[in-house]
Design a protein around this ligand. Structure first.
Ligand code: KG4
Ligand code: ZN
Length: 346
């Protein structure tokens, strides 16, 4: 029997989970509300909130799992990528706990963990599988050959998909994080009402910065054009009126374009590799339009489609725990001098 305590603290969620033999027994996450008023995550405030949250979150995870700390076989934590101060809090806590309990440590890559969140449910993809990971900071197509062997075959060259949602929402005057709000308004809108261009990027890479610019011009012109046109420039009152009257159609049209950018590249990756077990992961996989379009595309192309349960899509420690479980089986432990890294390389 192998029991793992995992800690995730890479951004603005403090999370702890207990996993026993690949089954998640608890997954407790404290979200940080302090950032809402600033329109984005403030790194210094995130680190401080992690320091406040980490002990109660770990205690709760241990309690819910009906476990005791000395019974844990190993302590896992997120090593990279993320906000450096946030990562340091989780790493220092994990190292200190491992030292005091005399247990081994396992360092986990956050993006690999998003992919392996697809191994939490009983119904698992078979290897090799492809995973489209769409979060606030990253957008990647990952080819996963085994739990410990994966490679990135496509990624964004500028903004991430979550950023595309959040920045579009900001242009519409919606609060952060705007992704879920765009999803909500889009449900009652017509995705074909307004047209935003699909970028022509070679290979399996993505780009979202052009979409953001075309939305900016479109709103500046109160819907008359998504190119910069001085003669169409609207007053602020006209812009606000246009947004208010068309919010559902605007959100549906933006969401439609983000989804087609993502899924067209995913389809290309499937054709190129011949792989038919296909997964989604990351916070944006909570988007109802993306989920629906993904399953529809899967049915049409005879893919086996997988999306983790919602609590395992956004940042969580259960995905760190499941990744650590496979690293434990492979004997892939870390030494106490392991350092955290803000960068994404793997
Ligand atoms: O994976 P995640 O929780 O954190 C990172 O690792 O970044 O992803 C957060 C992102 C945010 O950009 C948020 O707006 C987006 O996921 N998101 C959504 C939805 N729920 C969360 N975007 C679109 N529709 C949603 N329903
Ligand atoms: Zn994440």
């Amino acid at each position: 029997m192998t029991t793992i305590l995992a800690i995730e603290s890479s951004c603005d969620e403090t999370s702890a989970a207990i996993c026993r033999d690949g089954k998640i027994l608890s997954n407790i996450t404290a979200s940080q509300k302090v950032h809402e008023q600033y329109g984005g995550v403030v790194p210094e405030l995130a680190s401080r909130a992690h320091i406040q949250n980490i002990v109660p979150v770990v205690n709760e995870a241990v309690k819910i799992a009906d476990c005791r700390l000395p019974a844990v076989d190993c302590i896992a934590f997120t090593q990279s990528p993320g906000l450096i101060g946030s990562l340091l809090v989780g790493a220092q806590f994990a190292k200190s706990l491992a030292l005091s309990l005399n247990k081994p440590l396992i360092a986990v890559h956050h993006m690999q963990a998003h992919v392996l969140a697809n191994l939490i449910a009983d119904k698992k993809p078979s290897f090799p599988f492809l995973c489209l990971t769409v979060s606030g900071g990253h957008t990647q197509i990952v080819l996963c050959e085994s739990p410990t062997k994966m490679k990135v075959i496509g990624e964004t060259i500028d903004d991430a998909a979550g950023e595309a949602f959040d920045k579009s929402a900001k242009l519409l005057g919606l609060p952060y994080p705007g992704g879920p709000l765009i999803d909500k308004y889009a449900r009652d809108g017509d995705p074909k009402q307004f047209s935003f261009p699909e970028p022509q990027i070679a290979g399996l890479n993505f780009s979202f910065s052009g979409l953001k610019t075309s939305i900016l011009y479109f709103l500046q012109n109160a819907g008359k054009s998504n190119l910069f046109k001085e003669e169409f420039m609207a007053t602020e009152a006209e812009r606000k009126k246009f947004i208010k009257e068309h919010i559902n159609d605007i959100c549906a049209s933006i969401q439609y374009r983000i989804i087609t950018i993502l899924l067209n590249k995913l389809k290309k990756a499937c054709v190129q590799t011949g792989i038919t077990d296909i997964c989604l992961a990351g916070g944006v996989s909570a988007n109802s339009g993306l989920r629906k379009a993904f399953y529809e595309m899967g049915e049409k192309n005879k893919w086996n489609c997988f999306i983790p349960d919602f609590e395992y899509c956004t940042d969580n420690a259960a995905m760190i725990a499941i990744t650590a479980y496979y690293k434990y089986l492979a004997g892939d432990f870390s030494t106490p001098d392991v350092t955290v890294s803000a960068r994404v390389e793997w």
